[in-house]
Design a protein around this ligand. Sequence first.
Ligand code: LRH
Ligand code: MN
Ligand code: MN
Length: 430
Amino acid sequence: MTNLLDINFIDDANQALKPQLNREYQYLGEKLATQNVDIEDLVSAAQQFEIAVPTWGVGTGGTRFARFPGVAEPRNIFEKLDDCGVIQRLVKCTPKVSPHFPWDVVDDMTAVKQQADSLGLGFDAVNSNTFQDQQGQIHSYKYGSLTHTQQATREQAIQHNLDCIAYGRVLGSKALTVWVGDGSNHPGQQHFSRALERYLDSARVIYNSLPDDWTMFIEHKMFEPAFYSTVIQDWGTNILCALELGEKAKSLVDLGHHAPNVNIEMIVSRLIQFKKLAGFHFNDSKYGDDDLDSGSINPYQQFLIFNELVDAEYRKADSFNPAYMLDQSHNVTDPIESLVNSAESVQRSFVQAKLVNRKALYAYQDDNDALMASNTLKAAFHTDVSPILAMARLRSGGAINPIETYRKANYRQNLKEQRPASQSSGSGIV
Ligand code: LRH
Ligand code: MN
Ligand code: MN
């Protein structure tokens, strides 16, 4: 492992930036004090904020047309963990990693745990993959996995999920995320309710095998790879399945998995109300499941989602403990830089939402003062909280300016020999 970007390197880079940060912090602190907001509370909140990094995100993604590999990409789970460690050292709000199986399976999973421990990283939800065939696999998922018409294929997909739980137990994970691309491409191809019955039967076996302190995250997605119908296509089917399975099953919201113009923040509110919000796969999109960097297209939507989350926190909503994770595909950027930016972007929305004057907002809502209610949200959203985020990083031992610091370190160039270009993305997504 390269020792670039260690605490001393980051500290050196911070020295030059400290005076300016202190000035900006002081100015913002004074401004917030006039609104009766203590900037120190926001820094502590930012320091406590955590969002997990997906192992598949540190490899360069691709589309079904092409993949353009980057320099010194990680080739296996150990190198992916190294990159996740770099992200965490820079931003200090990404202490956990979310692995995807079988992409991240090795013979000795304890070695993966040891490597993560040595980097100070833990594990978030483990993700199963029954959306593509693996080499040597007996039954194909071409026509589905947990919902397949043939029992043997369903059993194989169930077993894979049980294997994922076993890997996750070694890693110290507490949740299994199940996303299936199962569905159909032609009207009439699939019997809607029979397919969902098969899903529930399969999911029940997985659910019943969960350790007591685990949660099953069900992830929906409107389309792709199935282009006519998908079995778990939206939050409606998702929550119905979660209710059917039981308390340990919850619904996960991936921002790119909805129809255009759907009010995602309202879905979030509903899931919170019925104690079924598992967590998020953050990303952004313009057209569909684009997996663009979080907050890069519609930061106001991301803020509005956090407005619901912070509101739930404020109201001390029951069973509210959502898992935050990034799920992005980086096609033209250095994945480390995109993940650094995205983690900061999501953290920014969280801090901005903390700035919402909730008492004032509730009063405007009660008075039906639509304009002032909207302005209350806008005032928080328009506040530049950058000095708070930078101060949180500095105090936690991270970088004031993570991208600049990362670029100074020449991380990729230094790893070029050690990590020669490979055809596979490492993430498995092409
Ligand atoms: C599906 C998805 C799901 C998968 C990941 C690779 O589009 O969002 O979370 O596990 O992408
Ligand atoms: Mn996802
Ligand atoms: Mn997706």
